[in-house]
Design a protein. Sequence first.
Length: 320
Amino acid sequence: MLKKFLLLILFICPSLWSLTYDQHGVLGLDYGPNISWTFAGNTPISFGQWLPQLTGSLDFHWIEPLGERLSYGEQIGFREAFLRFQASVQTSPFYGGFMVGLGLRPFKTNPQVEARFLYQSTIYFNSNIEMVLTDSSGTTIADSWNADYVLDHVWREKFSRVDFSQSFNVWIDFDYALKSGSILGLGTHLTLTDIQTKHDNKSYDYERNLPVFSRDYIFELIYFHHIKLTPKWSFVYYMNGYQTGFLKDNDGTLLKESLTYGKIMAGANYQSEDGLRSFTVTPGFWFRPMEGHYNGTLLQQFLIHLQYQGRFSFPFRSRK
């Protein structure tokens, strides 16, 4: 009980891998180098089901314009074509690692489309635990897919392990910019995971908060709306849906069920006058549509998310 209480206090403090108010990572980027840091966290209103998340990340993006020579340091527009190189390091109480990859926006149009190919490597901080992946006699997925089960087993030599994982990600993102400066976005993200573990191939993905097989796929569908109200304030709304794969043995025995859950968040984003600092607060709701995959209360499905982001300023310009 003491460990759960201390963790709850810790996670309430703001300190996610993706930007909540800008799910595609396009707002505020300049041509050339971009370096930012993010501290984010979320917690349920009532503890026990949703595992609180707390992360810090350092992100680098190099944006290279295509088709014409533009000054480095100039803010990108919504109709621009560019090549993106990105590299990030992130850490949390449960895992740490890095992500690196390339993105391409080939068309000078509005709406826009971008394809990104990313590699991610992470290490579990003695936190990989064995999860229930099928409903069977005496046990159900809901028995382990909750915060109480995870915190009862994590960081204990008997139940948890230091394991390594890697993933290969393909992201296809669409967005449409309005004259007011608002942006609508839709994204489809496919992740192929490979986790090295002896837990009978059963692990937990702390970044996305769901159980996974050692070799699994995770499909994520994202919709977000960033509505600019004033030069400093915006209303942000986003929905995320996650689904994992299913697996059967050669004799037809079900080894893993397909797991699904969704999340809806809406709130406010504040940007400093120079655009180098931002703070976001978004209350919301999460749910699992499959019968038998959730055994908590309605109150335990409400969340609050806090995020702070800072950007470095690069004063130079490229020569024309």
